[in-house]
Ligand binder design. Structure first.
Ligand SMILES: [Mn+2]
Length: 396
């Protein structure tokens, strides 16, 4: 059985206010092309299909069109689950009748225990859930109240869920799991998670790969880079689009999907890269380099998006300049602009000052100095004084 593994589409997402929808549509077109060229038996979307629980109408329309193209126009089955960004209840809408066109979508824990059966493989679609969902589910199952109270972490909950899923294993078939969690290798590793929700947020403890070792293959979503995959058979596909500057910094590690073949010969995985339409370029240079035509004409200006950090920035030299506008003239879209100000010596001095001994005015003055390397001007000093006087008056 040959499947395409993708996840974390986050349709409707923005980057510092810039819509990523065009980029997501571009990635989708390529995903569909790959699926058709590889003649896959299905496309797996491992959660976080939308970026938020209540997606905007534009996002809903875009996703609707994408899923129709896959499933209705090209008759390719879809195996999908909800992630922590999706609303499980909302996304569940239409589930029962979508099954008739081989669009399999699970968003609730209770749906995970009935696999999709193909001739050779059992596909278990386990959506994102939290310990509370598990307690509710097992209460409905008539579990002993004391045992339910023990379900306090996702680790404990997952253990129960996996052991119940395993009861459904057909020994004559391969077992594939699709899920949406942070899973690390057995030893607590120092993996840098590029999902915006780290494993600890919202009472989530990290799951370890040994919990999933009875599956032939696990297709995961949640962490946005495939380099976070715990091992060869428990895999993250990563998101199809770069969502932040941190990801853009990782050079030569582009986005893509996995083509996974599970058959008698074993398991084969092939990475298929996706080509961004508008890439995200990170630059860290000083002002004169950034403004040097020899430098910027080498860059994909007016085509890609830029995240720029100006090194050794001296604010006093740019009082008359609209720095952002100047850079936009040369580069086009700048999604992020940062300044690196160099006066480490002064910073050090200031830190040594005992802040408790400073008046409020002096505190502001020192802060301003730390940030800009300059003293407050007389009008600025007056303004600060006025503000603090106002504050004092209101206290009385
Ligand atoms: Mn995600």
């Amino acid at each position: 059985m040959k499947l395409l593994h993708t996840a974390d589409w986050h349709i409707g997402r923005t980057l510092n206010g810039y819509s990523l929808l065009d980029e997501q549509k571009n990635a989708f077109k390529q995903i569909l092309q790959i699926a058709k060229a590889e003649k896959v038996a299905g496309i797996v979307i491992a959660g976080d299909i939308y970026d938020r629980a209540v997606p905007n109408p534009e996002a809903v329309t875009a996703l609707d069109k994408m899923l129709q193209e896959i499933n209705l126009d090209n008759k390719i089955p879809i195996y999908a689950i909800s992630g922590n960004h999706d609303s499980a209840k909302r996304l569940n809408y239409g589930r029962a009748w979508m099954e008739h066109t081989n669009f399999h979508l699970n968003t609730l824990l209770k749906e995970a225990f009935t696999p999709v059966e193909t001739a050779t493989t059992q596909i278990f679609l386990l959506p994102f859930f939290d310990p509370l969902d598990a307690r509710v589910y097992y209460k409905h199952q008539g579990m002993d109240i004391d045992k339910i109270k023990e379900i306090t972490s996702i680790g404990t909950a997952m253990q129960l869920v996996i052991s119940d899923i395993k009861k459904r294993f057909n020994p004559n078939k391969r077992h594939l799991l699709v899920s949406h969690f942070a899973v690390t290798p057995n030893q607590e590793s120092e993996l840098e998670l590029t999902s915006e929700t780290t494993s600890k947020v919202g009472g989530l403890a990290t799951l370890t790969s040994d919990q999933f070792e009875d599956f032939d293959y696990v297709m995961l979503g949640h962490i946005h880079t495939r380099f976070a995959s715990p091992n060869d058979t428990i895999r993250y596909s990563g998101s199809p689009v770069k969502f932040n500057i941190k990801e853009a910094r990782i050079k030569n590690k582009g986005k893509g999907v996995d083509i996974v073949t599970l058959d008698d010969q074993g398991i084969k995985r092939e990475f298929k890269p996706l080509v961004p339409k508008t890439d995200l370029v990170v630059l860290e240079e000083n002002w004169s380099t950034l403004c040097d035509p020899d430098f910027y004409k080498q860059q994909p200006v007016n085509h890609d998006w830029f995240a720029i950090t100006i090194k050794d920035f001296e604010p006093s030299e740019h009082v008359q300049t609209n720095v952002r506008a100047e850079l936009q003239k040369r580069y086009g879209t700048i999604v992020e602009l940062d300044y690196q100000i160099n006066h480490a010596e002064q910073l050090h001095q200031n830190i040594n000052t005992n802040i408790n001994q400073l008046s409020p005015e002096e505190t502001v003055d020192q802060f301003f100095d730390t940030i800009t390397g300059k003293k407050l001007s007389l009008p600025q000093q007056k303004l600060v004084e006025t503000i603090f006087n106002e504050v004092e008056r209101q206290k009385k």
